[in-house]
Each structure stands twice: as structure tokens, then as C-alpha cells.
Design a protein around this ligand. Sequence first.
Ligand code: ZN
Ligand code: ZN
Length: 253
Amino acid sequence: MANSMGNRLGRRVWGTVRRVARNSSVAGMVRELALPPVCLFCGRAGQPGLDCCAGCQADLPRPPGSCRRCAISLPGNTLLCGQCSRNPPAYDQAVAAFDYLPPLDGLIQRFKFSRDLAAGRVLARLMAAELAWRRTPRPDLVIPVPLHARRRFRRGYNQSALLARDLCRHFAGLPWVEALARTRPTAAQSDLPAEARQGNVRRAFACRNLPPGTGHAALLDDVMTTGSTVAECARELKRSGVRRVDVWVLARA
Ligand SMILES: [Zn+2]
Ligand SMILES: [Zn+2]
């Protein structure tokens, strides 16, 4: 009895959470359609359908050069960083649209921690433009880095899944699938020193519904720091038969 009441209460709480999330997203979209675009960085007029002006888009922080494998900033014409030359990661190639620097870092934090879903849509479009401009190879599908169910519940959404959804809208016919699950809760990588991050996410992911025949996947995340999380996800995808795993991130720290 107590159990069934608990279940009913659980369903009601979930229903409310979902309704609020849906409404705020719909309200946001209506607002975007009704109001002229305003740049989220400088407050001047945005570009058609985009809350970012051309000047701020051009000035977003981009690395002058980066490692072909892990996308870390590198000086000059160096192709690979020392770490990737000695011990290449499990993924094939990481592409970071931007550097994790002002003013982009602030917008990412608003999207991730303050439920600013409109910021997420702007970030997805800026990223799509950057990937298209760089002629990033097109994968068979995009897979967002998963959150553990508990953290997803607390935040109300997985920012990487929203980013995948919004990003794929800009590439006709490119599907995205939540093919990975986090099988155990892990400490936030940002709370750990670099050397503890690999162990923290080890064997923390499982392939759940990978479409058969996926040969080339792009793992999508918002920010990449040491790359331990995406490397572990890539390992799991390769164990499941994916031949090539690229990593797409909004920003490289
Ligand atoms: Zn601007
Ligand atoms: Zn590297």
C-alpha cells in the first residue's frame, strides 16, 4: 500500500517535472519567434534567428592551432601533443568548436547550471556553423555523453542530449541517439584532480541502444578538460563494434 502510494507520488512528481520542462522550453521558443534576436554576449541586435551578433560570433575564442587527436591548444604547426604521441586516446579525433574562455564559458555555465535552454540553442547553432566551416567529417550518428539518472533528475535535463538535439537540426538527416548510459554515479570530474579522473569514470558507461551497423559515431559533450570521460565512452563504443569514434565538444578547456 505504502509502496503503491509512493509509486503514485513518484509518477506525479515526474509528471510535474516533465510539464515544467516542456512548458519552459515551449515558452522559450515562442519568445524567440516573437521577439527580434538580441546578442546574448553584447546586447546588440542578433543575426536572423540567432541571439548572437556577427561581431561576437567572429570574436569567439578559437585556438590558433590544436592537437589533431585531442584538440588541446598547441603553438605553431605541431600536429600532435606529447600525451597523444606517447599514449593515443581511445577516440580517433576530437574537434572542439571553441576554447573554454570568456565570454563563451559564461554562456555554457548559464546553459548547464541555470536552466537557460535558449543559451543552449544559441550554442548549438554556433557550434554547427563552426563544424560546417571546418568541414568536419560527417558521422553516422551523434551520441551525447550521458549523465547518471540521479544527476539528470536533479538538473532536469542532460545538457549534452539537448545540445545533440539542437545541433543535429542544423545537419539535415543526421540522427542522434542516447546510445550510452552511465551505469554508476561518479563524482563530478571538475571536483577531482586530473590524475583521479580516469579512475573515476572507469567502466562507468554501457552501450544500451546502439543502432546496428553504426560504423562512425561522434560523441558529443559540452566541455572537454582532461578527456577522461569521452575516452572511456569511446572505449565502450569500440567494445560494442563502432569502428571510428570522433569527439565533438563545444569548448576545450
Ligand atoms: Zn554581440
Ligand atoms: Zn593531443
